[in-house]
Design a protein around this ligand. Sequence first.
Ligand SMILES: [Zn+2]
Length: 324
Amino acid sequence: MHVHIVGNGAGGTGCWIRVTGLHRLMAWFMLRHIGLPISVLKGDLDRIYVERLLELVRTSSLGRVVILAHEQVYDEHGCLMKGFGSVYVPNDYVLRLALEHPDFLPAVSIHPARPDALEELDRCIAGGAVMMKCLPNCQNIDCSDRRYSAFWERMAEVGMPLLAHTGGEHTVPVVRKEFSNPKILEWPLQCGVTVIAAHSGTKSGLFDPDYFSIFEEMTKRYPRLYGDNSAFNTPFRGRPVPACIESPLAGRILHGSDFPVPIYGRWARMRGSISTEAFEQWRNHPNNLERDYQFKRAMGFSEMSFKRINNLLHLKKAQKNRAN
Ligand SMILES: [Zn+2]
């Protein structure tokens, strides 16, 4: 799970991408990394990106992937903050992609301050959404704001899990740095929501604070809290691998990809998380999803860490049958 969809709207999808400066460089770098030319940013990005992703899923060891919508930035009163945010991927687009391709499961993205947040949640549930994704620090979501209680309670009631970004972020702009702390997820947890802390609170850049110990401590108090190991094959996020593969924390870790974020095994090898043989065997594998999967296995993540998500997603009967 945790696979990003991006688009520029060329395919009438409603997506947009607005990257400048360093974020533009990051976008170019990620496109090149997944084997797409930079020119697709101005071309038919929507179609080409999905075709490339489908090809990678189908030629990997993964059965299916959870694809993510990406919400816009709103203020706490539910007004759209124009000019903020660098990426938008509408819920309808990921819902449709999942209907067209059984390789995909759709995770929608809804800012709980939106005046229509509850209606949108119910509409997405009816449309087959399996999870709700948000980036509190980039989308300006104070999850502990009591005005959002009804939204979290509705998610808990229907069994819709929340995947929330934690730790620093460098691929999209950050609006509220303090919302990177996993502590912000305590209120949804107390409302009964199953919460997955994306990246398990680890730091992205060298100067980001590391919230991993806070995440780890919270797992002892909240049985519904999980963490994912997405982007653990980047320079800093993979540092707590030894703790993540040991019991009891290992039982709370889920495989996350963060595609199209680049996959490098070099840091894991330098830290001794993977052997030189495993590094050499997979370092040049052309399929990013497979390379990430194989590096994670070599790190010691269990078979269950790749499957645990199936028990947490809000799956309808037909989707459940396909998962088993
Ligand atoms: Zn991500």
